[in-house]
Write a protein of this length. Sequence first.
Lengths: 406, 406
Amino acid sequence: MKTDQKYIEGGVTSPAGFKAAAVRAGIKESRKRDDLSLIVSDLPATVAGTFTSNRVKAPPVKLCERNLIWGQAQAIIINAGCANACTGEQGFQDAERMADLTASTLNIGKNLVFVCSTGTIGIPLPMNKIESALPGLAQALSSAGGAAVAEAILTTDLVKKEVAVTVTLDGKRVTIAGITKGSGMIAPNMATMLAFITTDAAVDQRSLQDCLRHAVDHSFNRIIVDGDESTNDTVLMLANGAAGTGLLQKKHPDWKKFCHAVETVCHELAIKIVKDGEGATKFVTVTVTGAATRHDAHMAARAIAKSPLVKTAWNGGDPNWGRIMAAIGYSGARIEESRVNITFDGVLAVQGGKAASGSSLKDLEAVYAKKEFTVAVDLQSGKGSYTAYTCDLSQAYVSINAEYMT
Amino acid sequence: MKTDQKYIEGGVTSPAGFKAAAVRAGIKESRKRDDLSLIVSDLPATVAGTFTSNRVKAPPVKLCERNLIWGQAQAIIINAGCANACTGEQGFQDAERMADLTASTLNIGKNLVFVCSTGTIGIPLPMNKIESALPGLAQALSSAGGAAVAEAILTTDLVKKEVAVTVTLDGKRVTIAGITKGSGMIAPNMATMLAFITTDAAVDQRSLQDCLRHAVDHSFNRIIVDGDESTNDTVLMLANGAAGTGLLQKKHPDWKKFCHAVETVCHELAIKIVKDGEGATKFVTVTVTGAATRHDAHMAARAIAKSPLVKTAWNGGDPNWGRIMAAIGYSGARIEESRVNITFDGVLAVQGGKAASGSSLKDLEAVYAKKEFTVAVDLQSGKGSYTAYTCDLSQAYVSINAEYMT
């Protein structure tokens, strides 16, 4: 596939016809920065979304799932500092009210408003603070507001995460951009992770939904920080057509170019989450090939990327591949121990299930001393493969999470 | 059931007819203490065993599984410092040789020798050191040697773990005793965990195997330190009949008393492992009741006990029950969020899936400040229940495991 796709500086307000703003509503006393954000499209946009698979789902997630049925969105209201999860009937009323207040402030239909919350579980939203802050938030909307929102949605993240690309589709220059937050509770199937993607292309809703689901499955669902999955994970994508393209859909000649651009944005955002993982000092790509099936590869990669023993060895720069073998062994994947090969950035560590002859501890330590490396496992049992992106487990992870709530 | 069971001081040489010894063979240079141990019964004993479910199995585990088929054992040779796992064909030859050397030194049949190894994965056993140390080890055998073995099998453990009970069976005073090691890589289905249980009762082999499997399922398989499972886990139990009982088996009137005593020994040993968990500062019992099935209860309890976010909150003394709700939600257990109740040592934290009215953060913090407490989850969806024993996740866990190998 040929594409003229290019990275540009920017975020969710880079595509034409989007505005955004963030203010400090004071949702969590101890948080001394913006915590309430709004992303608005000038016109109703086609919307796609994917949500947490956790059976404990926050009310705003349920609201988004319901509104997604209509296929259109014009505004996303987002708060940090409080997840509005495990808040019972009050939580649903509050999520509804957040949508209603936003709709009346913007003078749009309430089914066009999507609501996202992130922060501590089990505490009700301070609705009076949100209500007081909304008029000022709406007034602050601007086409330069994307960066402020990228900051305001963060919780324990250290850096803001924005990606934008341009590509020619249907003869028009189109922009696709996104922002995300999340650094703890990160696991496949998305976890305390929010991402918002905007484009000024015009896109058929079903096609957009399939495109987004595929992109999420190859990006956000492949990252692991700690194996915990949250109650609030949401990825929303809005396509408003402001670039003047015809309606893109699966049979359009530029469809693959479009999907490729969406995948790029999702992939880059996902990588940014892992690199900003709580306490992370190393970025590790885990690839499993030669598995009996893709599912076996997935299980093995996930077990390696989740193992506290493997992750602490990465942290310590200790090329203890025995822990990787043990993780593969208990992963549930069908493997033959004597066929397993493992390389670290191409340096053979394990051959046929045991220490590779000819590889020195020094060479392996040199790889583990890097900030980024790849652990490649070949099970030599089939054609299934899978890639996961993860980080090490450091003492800082523990201190961050031992002190987060109170 | 009435029993006159009593705890006594002692370990594997407390039952009549058992001797043991430990020496320093120098298997791992940096280890400045005994690392080679022998437990011997005066006469061939009935043996039962349970082993790791990891698909990557160390050669000594496979040797034990094979010898278990004969149903009898007279000696267990155990080394620390090297797991003899992921060592290929050489590893099998070394495990066999360890058994052969022990058999010829003791002048017993080689199928009566069981071999256990624990330590670093992927490094071959220094067989010359083991061979040199064996004669001295055999000479040192004594009926007071149990405590020395309890010390010599330890790796990152901080304290030795012995339990002994006496109980009257078939009119004779019988002793049942055990030792164990393990403090990292601890998860259900046993992980870098070795346990050796001896008794001077005479027991039918099939009955002993069933009794041990049940006891292990309710003890060692319920403890979680970090969720990793090892390649070498082994529980072996020897019953030599030296107390002069008739053959105990399932239909014997004292069978339940016997099994109860074995369960007591396994349970106490398992609890000792968790309390000595790598970096552990708190001992937490997680009970799940009211689950749709026992399997659902198991999944929920395991997800809570494994969650790094839950465990770091325990470490920080932060009663952040939202993380427990999230873990229940992603556990795979079939739950209804609005029916979930959670108590901490009887203090209601969550009622109907949200913060319990009337419970204060102060009361919850008081529970979390304790060294030991119970997290009780009632799913109100059925009659399935499960209990897991676990500990917190501390910065010390990370530093221990970041520095272990090299």
